[in-house]
Ligand binder design. Structure first.
Ligand code: SF4
Ligand code: SF4
Ligand code: SF4
Length: 308
């Protein structure tokens, strides 16, 4: 969950830090830094407007990752309600109460150009491949701190809570399949082409050509992930607002860049930054505590739920 300036100011104020200093920080103009795009960046393009919600991709994802089908919902069908310790890819349904347009949405890792999960990982267990840009997890380096599960603005990495050697579960773009020259599991089975795999440049050009072909079909005539959160390698097209599908408006600046900018400004203006740092940690901890709860509340409010 992103922390707004207002929340930051209010919390700092409560912590007894002079408001004048906070205002000095707030006066800075928001500027997005250009994030380098890996030379061979690959990704997914998901067009929610042509997804039929068949969930073939969910089953294919589990098979490709050698994980058992998650039938814990009704003990019968593979119908996970969300990403979880067995599920790297989920299809949800956005169906508003007022009967207006519904939409399916596929959720998996966004493979951010500047991933907050990797920035927050103290041992680089989560890291971005410099060539493909795929955000991967290294079990040998992971100490199980679970920090990545709270730094990700898309609430993607999930941790196994059972077992002696728990793992982080998230989409790694089926890297072992790519190395064998295969497509990712999800794109290889999608019957409508709602999700496709390829170089990010090609996917972006395909997305823009669909928008050009049918102006007015897509929300805001834009591709989510082209610039959002500094850019992502999982890209989205949709008829309904991205926010309603669980894709938050994060602005063009990545979460790590924003955090770093705040940090720089705070250190620049304070001789004794420790006291502010403690306040910031409190704000972040409080915000992160409500992260999952708010995500679920938001889904409840907007009608986004598991596609059964
Ligand atoms: S979506 Fe989350 S887990 Fe995936 S790369 Fe971005 S920050 Fe990391
Ligand atoms: S790329 Fe692979 S791991 Fe990622 S959602 Fe598709 S099938 Fe699952
Ligand atoms: S396989 Fe394709 S059409 Fe079916 S749910 Fe997945 S993305 Fe949608």
């Amino acid at each position: 969950m992103a922390i707004t300036r207002r929340e930051l100011f209010v919390s700092i104020g409560k912590a007894g830090i002079p408001a004048a200093v906070a205002l000095t920080v707030g006066a800075e103009t928001l500027q997005a830094e250009t994030i380098p795009i890996p030379s061979a960046a690959v990704g997914l393009l998901y067009d929610a407007s042509i997804c039929i919600g068949c969930k073939a991709c969910v089953a294919a994802c589990a098979e490709a990752n050698d994980t058992p089908p998650d039938t814990r919902g009704d003990q019968l069908h593979q119908a996970p309600s969300d990403l979880n310790d067995l599920t790297r890819n989920v299809i949800k349904l956005y169906k508003p109460e007022d009967g207006s347009a519904f939409s399916y949405v596929k959720r998996q890792c966004m493979h951010c150009l500047d991933p907050a999960c990797a920035a927050g990982c103290p041992f680089q267990a989560l890291h971005k491949d410099p060539e493909s840009g795929i955000v991967k997890w290294d079990s040998d380096k992971c100490i199980g701190c679970r920090y990545c599960t709270i730094t990700c603005p898309y609430h993607v990495p999930r941790f196994q809570w059972m077992g002696f050697n728990p793992r982080v579960t998230k989409c790694e773009l089926c890297s072992p399949r790519l190395e064998k020259g295969l497509q990712p599991g999800c794109t290889s089975v999608c019957p409508t082409g709602a999700v496709i795999f390829g170089p990010r440049t090609v996917l972006l050009s395909e997305a823009h050509s669909r928008i050009k072909k049918e102006p007015g079909r897509y929300y805001q005539g834009r591709v989510y992930g082209e610039k959002d959160n500094g850019g992502t390698q999982s890209l989205y097209l949709s008829r309904v607002a991205f926010e309603k599908l669980g894709l938050p408006e994060l602005g063009p600046e990545s979460v790590p860049a924003r955090t770093l900018r705040w940090q720089r400004r705070l250190y620049q203006y304070f001789a004794l930054p420790a006291v502010l740092y403690v306040s910031l940690v409190q704000v972040i901890r409080k915000s992160l505590k409500g992260h999952e709860q708010e995500a679920h509340e938001h889904e409840k409010e907007t009608g986004l739920r598991a596609q059964l």
